[in-house]
Design a protein around this ligand. Structure first.
Ligand SMILES: Nc1ncnc2c1ncn2[C@@H]1O[C@H](COP(=O)(O)OP(=O)(O)OP(=O)(O)O)[C@@H](O)[C@H]1O
Ligand SMILES: [Mg+2]
Length: 230
């Protein structure tokens, strides 16, 4: 269980998040919002990388609000994930075990789930973008996190690769039965990966029934330019 309660955040007096609350069970919750809307800030607050001005974060049964990032047991794939170029795929994944969390069994499991066995001794630069994204996900999962946070993890990929990879990511995340927050600005992508959906607009989170509904909420809340409908 992931719970965020009344989180506020301003940057230079400009409010980015205003009393944002949400509860995520073992499901893939997508947060859809336009560029600059505060999506990455919300994930960084949950991951313990950015401090909120007010509000609390629970992971499992623990109130982790004052905890460092390392102590939160969160798996985080940042917006433009960078793999270590000088390390092999295997070493990149094992890097996720830092702080003594996770296990060899968990590493083996994510390697199998993401079909990475064939490329373990390769350097990331010889892999396709799709495979690099799988390695980034595997690295974040290796420590056996209690919650997964994915910040537009496929934004650097071509559409066709994304379309193939999204169901794959969904299958892997479901197999691990974790609360997942998946952030995107794209309702099409949201529909392919998500099970439940929220919109982040003008600093507030709105619960919606489907990814398609995201357009309506975004319009109502006064957003001028919307992502193109596919
Ligand atoms: N460290 C910071 N200092 C000052 N302003 C910041 C900082 N981080 C983010 N912001 C501002 O806060 C707002 C929200 O940024 P954030 O990156 O959370 O949005 P986002 O929804 O993830 O956007 P994108 O879709 O472009 O990734 C933006 O206006 C951004 O410029
Ligand atoms: Mg962002």
């Amino acid at each position: 269980m992931l719970k965020v309660e009344k989180v506020h955040k301003k940057f230079q007096a400009r409010p980015v998040l205003q009393e944002v609350s949400l509860t995520v069970g073992p499901e893939i919750r997508v947060i859809i919002g336009l560029n600059g809307g505060g999506k990455s800030t919300l994930l960084k607050i949950i991951a313990g990388i950015v401090a909120a001005d007010a509000g609390r974060v629970w992971i499992g049964e623990r109130d982790v609000t004052g905890f460092s990032s390392e102590d939160r047991e969160v798996g985080y794939v940042p917006q433009h994930p960078a793999l270590f170029r000088h390390l092999t795929v295997r070493e990149n994944i094992r890097y996720g075990l830092k702080n003594g969390r996770g296990s060899a069994a968990m590493v083996d499991r994510v390697i199998a789930l993401l079909a990475l066995a064939e490329v373990l001794e390769k350097k990331p630069e010889v892999l396709s973008g799709g495979f690099q994204s799988r390695v980034s996900l595997a690295r974040a999962l290796a420590s056996g996190p209690k919650v997964m946070l994915l910040d537009e993890p496929l934004s650097d990929l071509d559409l066709a690769i994304k379309e193939a990879l999204l169901p794959e990511f969904k299958r892997v995340l479901k197999a691990l039965a974790l609360p997942v927050l998946y952030v995107t600005h794209d309702p099409w992508e949201a529909g392919l990966v998500g099970e439940t959906f929220s919109v982040l607009a003008q600093g507030n989170l709105f619960q919606i029934e489907s990814a398609a509904e995201a357009f309506e909420i975004m319009k109502k809340n006064g957003f001028g330019s919307l992502p193109a409908v596919r």
